[in-house]
Design a protein around this ligand. Structure first.
Ligand code: NAD
Ligand code: ZN
Ligand code: ZN
Length: 361
């Protein structure tokens, strides 16, 4: 029987979000219905509301979630009702040209549920990143459910489903930060701070946090930043170079996604160093760089889709590190909120007051 549940909808560009009753169909072939226990508020949800990701309103927001599988359709063999899972937004296909070449983290054909969730009047919803988890229950492809150790709290586990994974992965998977490296992270929200935590896990010797907000720089220190730069009052490039013997950092991670921060990352990196773009730019932005500088400075300019993670490999591993006390996920949770509090959480995110607000059910 299709179920009616409460969920958070973005009805139109820049319109306030609303709590509405939605219909969740029974899982079809290869699908699963998941009872959501917790879902973090990510900047990408705000991008959706603002129309920065696309125009397929109404969106069903929320995508950083953990919960318990309630039911599965036929053909869903890897998860079963009762499993505790983190939802992922890149369920790999195993068949595309990238998967076939042994690089499933780049999968070019990731999949979501085929059936649509709807408003009461039948209007089809577009779930954010194919998840839509500011909802008591959601319908996903079974491959979007990654089983992890159920001893972890859902409040922190859900964060691995997006921002924290994207940040940690930007450092360890995309940036390939190694022992002794110098790393700079521009933009210290949930994603940037996770990149800092990832750089620390990987053994970076120097971790420079850059933000325009001193409160964020304080939090970044507790995540493992060894140095901080307020780029509102000082030059990001000048300070990062000064802190690295005049050379620049081995890896610079842009967790904002503006041409300005990308240019800072580009010039704050040592020769042959790596720039990782993990912040998502708005569609109207473009970048200009002297092509000769791109050549002369060497190295690599990379983008981190979801931290180039492989959920089946990385989620259980990071949960284990957390349970062993080696990765402090609790530090990312500023507050827990209810289903009606998303607008306030967006405002607090915008005002720089939170790393993560997490909706709990
Ligand atoms: N690549 C991925 O797979 C992926 C996954 C999740 C989120 N994201 C993106 O990552 C970005 C960050 O997300 P978040 O949830 O951490 O956002 P957030 O709003 O919590 O944090 C952004 C931080 O950047 C700082 N900032 C803003 N402008 C700056 C500037 N010019 N210089 C330095 N710092 C600046 C802010 O003060 C804030 O601390 C967003 O664009 C989001 O869409 C990407
Ligand atoms: Zn694939
Ligand atoms: Zn996200």
């Amino acid at each position: 029987m299709p179920q009616q549940v409460q969920a958070v909808i973005a009805p139109g560009r820049n319109e306030p979000v609303r709590v509405e009753t939605i219909t969740v169909p029974d899982p079809g072939h290869g699908e699963a219905v998941v009872q959501i226990q917790a879902c973090g508020v990510c900047h990408t949800d705000l991008h959706y509301k603002q129309g920065g990701i696309g125009d397929d309103f109404p969106f069903l927001l929320g995508h950083e979630a953990a919960g318990v599988v309630e039911s599965v359709g036929e053909g869903a063999t890897d998860v079963a009702p009762g499993d505790f899972v983190i939802l992922n937004w890149r369920a790999v296909c195993g068949q595309c040209r990238s998967c076939r070449r042994g690089r499933p983290w780049y999968c070019f054909n990731t999949h979501n549920a085929k059936q649509k969730m709807t408003l009461k009047d039948g209007t089809e919803l577009t779930p954010a990143l194919g998840i839509g988890a500011f909802a008591e229950k959601t319908l996903v492809a079974a491959g979007q459910c990654t089983k992890v150790d159920p001893r972890v709290s859902p409040v922190v586990a859900g964060l691995l489903g997006c921002g924290v994974m994207a940040g940690i992965g930007a450092a360890i998977n995309t940036g390939q930060v190694g022992r002794g490296d110098s790393v700079a992270v521009i933009g210290c929200g949930g994603v940037g701070d996770a990149a800092i935590a990832g750089a620390k896990l990987a053994g970076a010797a120097k971790i420079i946090a850059v933000d325009i907000d001193d409160r964020k720089l304080e939090m970044a220190k507790s995540m493992g930043a060894t140095h901080t730069v307020n780029s509102h009052t000082a030059s990001a490039v000048g300070e990062i170079r000064a802190l690295t013997g005049g050379h620049g950092a081995d890896v610079v991670i842009d967790a904002v996604g503006h041409p300005e921060t990308y240019r800072q990352a580009f010039y704050a990196r040592d020769l042959a160093g790596t720039v990782v773009l993990v912040g998502v730019p708005n569609p109207d932005l473009s970048l200009e760089l002297p092509l000769l500088d791109v050549f002369d400075r060497g190295g690599s300019l990379k983008s981190a889709w979801y931290g180039d993670c492989l959920p089946s490999r990385d989620f259980p591993m990071l949960v284990d590190l957390h349970l062993q006390g080696r990765l402090d996920l609790d530090a990312f949770v500023t507050e827990t909120i209810g289903i009606a509090d998303v607008e306030e959480a967006f405002q607090r995110m915008h005002d720089g007051e939170v790393l993560r607000s997490v909706m709990v059910f």
